[in-house]
Design a protein around this ligand. Structure first.
Ligand SMILES: Cc1cc2nc3c(=O)[nH]c(=O)nc-3n(C[C@H](O)[C@H](O)[C@H](O)COP(=O)(O)O)c2cc1C
Length: 184
């Protein structure tokens, strides 16, 4: 099995991270993987921001919890930090209009690239509540230098894993390789 396949198969969502910063080289590599993502008609609609700043992430988390509630697990098993899971770095992906497909492809590029660097990730949609709120969304879009009409698509936390997550089962019956003679 080649290295790329190994990394794709090994990736799992990580929700506990060591207190270790990513290097500039790691961040630049992840940004390059994001930039190289394909997009429909090569429209390149996604604006991505990689942020490694504990103070700013903590402030965003306060605003996020003020919106969704302090004891509410939001789309996650964890209620202690459902936004960035205490990871040192987070990438925010925005687009003008409906570019979820392009954002999904870019975020998976980041996830697999991070895996290949020995880093863990968790793709995070729930932080969208922060940007859907008019006051907080306007404030943080400006802080991230995102044009005001852009919509949050998806985020991803990135860091050195501090857990080996239980492997999630997959619905094997939903994916099939058809025998050429069986098709149609
Ligand atoms: C579009 C998308 C949104 C997700 N949003 C969240 C989220 O908000 N919070 C979270 O902890 N995990 C989130 N996840 C991670 C999923 O829960 C996880 O990928 C799934 O349970 C499968 O586990 P695995 O990644 O370990 O294979 C999201 C994943 C995807 C693809």
């Amino acid at each position: 099995m080649n290295e790329t396949i190994k990394h794709i198969l090994a990736r799992q969502s990580v929700r506990e991270y060591k207190d270790i910063l990513l290097t500039r080289e790691q961040l630049d590599t992840l940004a390059a993987a994001a930039l190289q993502a394909p997009s429909g008609r090569n429209s390149q609609p996604i604006h991505a921001r990689f942020l490694q700043n504990a103070d700013i992430l903590a402030q965003m988390q306060v605003d996020f919890k003020n919106i969704v509630g302090w004891n509410t697990p939001v789309h996650t098993r964890s209620d202690k930090n459902p936004f960035y899971h205490n990871a040192p770095a987070f990438a925010f992906l925005f687009a003008e209009g409906d570019s979820l497909m392009d954002a999904g492809i870019m975020v998976q590029n980041i996830a697999v690239a991070a895996q290949s660097l020995g880093l863990g990730t968790c793709i995070v949609a729930s932080v969208g509540a922060l940007f859907a709120d008019i006051a907080a969304g306007t404030k943080w879009r400006a802080a991230l230098d995102i044009p005001k009409d852009y919509v949050f698509m998806i985020g991803i936390c990135i860091g050195v894993p501090d857990e080996i997550p239980e492997r999630k089962t997959r619905k094997q019956e939903q994916i099939a390789v058809l025998n050429a003679y069986e098709a149609c």
